[in-house]
Design a binder for this molecule. Sequence first.
Ligand code: SF4
Ligand code: MG
Length: 337
Amino acid sequence: NSPLVRIRDLQMHFPIYSGLFRRQTGAVKAVDGVSFDIQRGETLGLVGESGCGKSTCGRAVLRLYDITGGTVEIDGVEISQTSQSDLRAMRPTMQMVFQDPQASLNPRMTVEAIIREPLDEHTKLSKDEKAAKVAELMDAVGLNRAFAKRYPHAFSGGQRQRIGIARALALNPKFIVCDEPIAALDVSIQAQVVNLLEDLQEQFGLTYLFISHDLSMVRHIANRIAVMYLGKVVELAPRGSLYDAPLHPYTRALLSAVPEPDPSKAQTRQRVVLQGDVPSPANPPQGCNFCTRCPAVMDVCKRIDPTFQEVEPGRFVACHLYENHASETEKAEAHAN
Ligand code: SF4
Ligand code: MG
């Protein structure tokens, strides 16, 4: 059973130009060597603070950009070098739900026209067949069919996100990148949209890459979670092991700020406050990207970039505490910090 999505060493660098002749003087390494699989029917959560590269990663996986390096395989097809015109034929398979439904919906189109647009572009369905499909999609996402002729501004944020989801579903995709789909919504509406996404996943056999900065929310929807810091995935683990026993010092720090629902575990959790700011992705530190802020930093961390590797079955981490470059004494001291 091959994974639906397989990315290896994905890089998305944006050139920086400066000076009179606009020469390239550097690059913002927004995504810098990311590898993971997403199994069919799975939700992979991709978490990290704003600016860590998670949205760029999601867009690069869908090839909304020409990527700098690495490979992207969707359903067995390698698309890292595929031209945008050839990608068009694959668009139906892979879709995106955006953070801000307000900005992603054309205000001059009716709901019906918005949901129908992908059908117009990619199918040869008759007018009646399209109308029937639009009605079906509105039902599936819980929008009243009577509102089909209204414009996006007449809807609440939650309803607008339902319109965006219906549109994403129009071509029967297999894979959907959900980029902070609830971050712009009222807290009271967030759970409804998450539940809807879960129901639709089951109903249509969807696979999700679910991008979010909110660890307590991702816990509810993701089967496995990848944690990003400064353009790299630093840890990837099944939800249970990640929350119960995070391995990477950055994951530990992030999770220490998340309220623990189970009171028996809450007492053992210490709040870790990270010092300093996230370095610029145009100028990441030597060695481990986290070495300027890591409470467990060792000498080796400033020289050698740790390898992202499987340290227990199904658990991946990029950190010298789990490699052999540091001595056992060093590691023991670092763990104690
Ligand atoms: Fe911290 Fe070193 Fe591990 Fe990086 S490699 S996270 S600096 S202990
Ligand atoms: Mg983002």
